[in-house]
Ligand binder design. Structure first.
Ligand code: AMP
Ligand code: ZN
Length: 479
């Protein structure tokens, strides 16, 4: 299989060697669902999609968990506003935090479908894993790695040998950005210690009973608890944006390894950030673009762009290279994709030709994606094929094969497999499994399957007799 991946801890490219090649386990830090995701988030989630698609292309099996942070306490703005964003948005709209989170979760899945992301196998909700988070804190308590009082529990990083080495952070060099617990700084023994549990302020919708009183968990214990629950205390790959390396990943890892005595993730991959016209995205700068903004086109006027064109734009840069999104660059990417599709349409019409060239290009593509997911090189190979005289069935076969990773529609939908006619067999299989679970009254499993079916772009319409029909979700531009 020969896949090599850059590893963020050792900062080297290493051969990828999963514990079980038939089930490579992957955890991705998912969205906070109190707003639409922006194109920077999507670039990072694209890394997971490329990783999963490449693993499958190379013959591995995969199992992916992506959490949904529906408790809404992760953002720096909270410090400034002193108010939870989910609750603030919910209040403004007269809705409950749960309703708001459910709305933006659906919006997120719709964005994922537009980006042609393969759905994760599970989407754990932070709010549904609080007992697991409490159990994790209790395990840390047993190991003498926590302190606190008055409903606050802190993790003592001095109990973790080599804390900081993971992210290359020297201790005492400054206060890490604290995205939770604005109150708690004063109680901590050192800046790097972080909150595991804190009391609920009046009016907080998301709160639970715990051995330390009524309250809610810190951010870092959320991801660690969900990863351990769904992938076990040792799994293969952990993915996120580079900004999460410290403190979030350093801390998730420190508390997971301390609580379980196991390794946690074997391999960490971080995506470089996306800037817009050379600037950090922000609401105040008005450049925090969503997919809908891309479709609407540049603020100065001009043509909008599709999610597939944005996907293509991202693929022309390596994931570890910062991306500077510009409208000009996006327009150039759209033209290049259109040229590429045109070249394949023409090549497919010719008589079959260039089969030797096709075999050589097939190898080149495979070695590009195997070399730390080098998609820019793979895209260049895709451009090369129609130019090298590959035609007919040979060209169609290459396009279909490569679109299993690129997923930009090299050939018109029905031919390339991006949008097959009828319901895909794996969706049918999930629907059958869901029926079986419902008949067995295992509604939790049935609901989880329904969600995966929805994330694959299909709605389950339950019929009176108990069996369900599948209907493709029509992407409308509501909101
Ligand atoms: P957040 O909702 O801020 O926790 O971000 C969700 C994911 O998107 C995380 O993996 C972040 O690292 C990533 N992310 C946030 N901002 C950007 C950006 N400008 N470019 C690329 N990835 C980002
Ligand atoms: Zn996380």
């Amino acid at each position: 299989m020969g896949l090599s991946l850059h590893e963020s801890v050792s900062r080297r490219k290493v051969p990828f060697a999963p514990a079980d090649p038939t089930r490579v386990t992957i955890y991705t830090c998912g969205p906070t669902v109190y707003r639409n995701v922006h194109i920077g988030n999507l670039r990072t989630y694209l890394l997971t999609d490329i990783l999963v698609r490449t693993l499958r292309f190379l013959g591995y099996g995969t199992f992916t968990a992506q959490n949904i942070t529906d408790m809404g306490h992760m953002h720096q703005e909270q410090l400034e506003l002193g108010e939870d964003k989910v609750i603030a948005a919910a209040r403004a709209a007269g809705k409950s935090a749960r309703e708001i989170a459910a709305f933006f979760t659906e919006a997120y899945f719709r964005d994922c479908r537009r980006m042609a992301f393969l759905p994760a196998d599970v989407y754990p909700r932070a709010s549904e894993h609080v007992p697991e988070m409490i159990a994790l804190v209790l395990a840390l308590e047993d190991r003498g790695a926590v302190y606190g009082g008055d409903g606050y529990i802190y993790f003592d990083v001095s109990k973790v040998p080599g804390y900081g080495a993971f992210s290359g952070t020297a201790l005492g060099e400054g206060t890490p950005a604290e995205r939770t617990d604005p109150e708690g700084h004063r109680r901590k023994r050192r800046p790097e210690d972080f909150v595991l549990w804190m009391p609920a302020e009046p009016g907080r919708e998301f709160q639970w009973d715990s051995p330390w009183g009524r309250g809610w968990p810190g951010w870092h214990s959320e991801c660690a608890a969900m990863a351990i629950k769904h992938l076990g205390p040792e799994f293969d790959l952990h993915v996120g944006g580079i900004d999460l390396r410290f403190p979030h990943h350093e801390n998730s890892r420190a508390l997971a390894t301390t609580a379980t005595g196991k390794r946690f993730a074997a391999h960490w991959i971080h995506a470089a950030h996306l800037l817009v016209e050379g600037r950090k995205m922000s609401k105040s700068a008005g450049n925090e673009y969503t997919l809908d903004d891309l479709e609407a086109g540049p603020p100065s006027g001009g043509k909008g762009t599709s999610a597939a064109e944005f996907r293509y734009y991202c693929l022309t840069l390596h994931y570890a290279t910062p991306m500077n999104f510009t409208w000009e660059g996006q327009a150039a990417a759209a033209r290049a994709l259109s040229r590429l599709r045109g070249a394949y349409a023409k090549a497919a019409e010719r008589g079959t030709a260039g089969e030797d060239a096709a075999a050589a290009l097939r190898d080149k593509f495979r070695s590009a994606v195997s070399d730390d997911l080098n998609l820019p090189r793979a895209v260049a190979v895709a451009h090369e094929a129609p130019r090298s005289g590959v035609g007919g069935e040979a060209a169609r076969a290459l396009a279909a094969e490569w679109d299993r990773i690129l997923a930009v529609g090299l050939l018109p939908a029905a031919e390339s497999g991006r949008e097959p006619e009828g319901v895909p067999p794996e969706v049918e299989a999930m629907a059958r499994e869901r029926d079986a679970r419902r008949r067995a009254c295992d509604y939790r499993a049935a609901d989880a399957l329904r969600e995966r079916i929805r994330a694959s772009g299909y709605d389950v319409v339950d019929a009176a007799e108990g069996s369900a029909a599948l209907r493709k979700i029509r992407e409308t531009r509501e909101r």
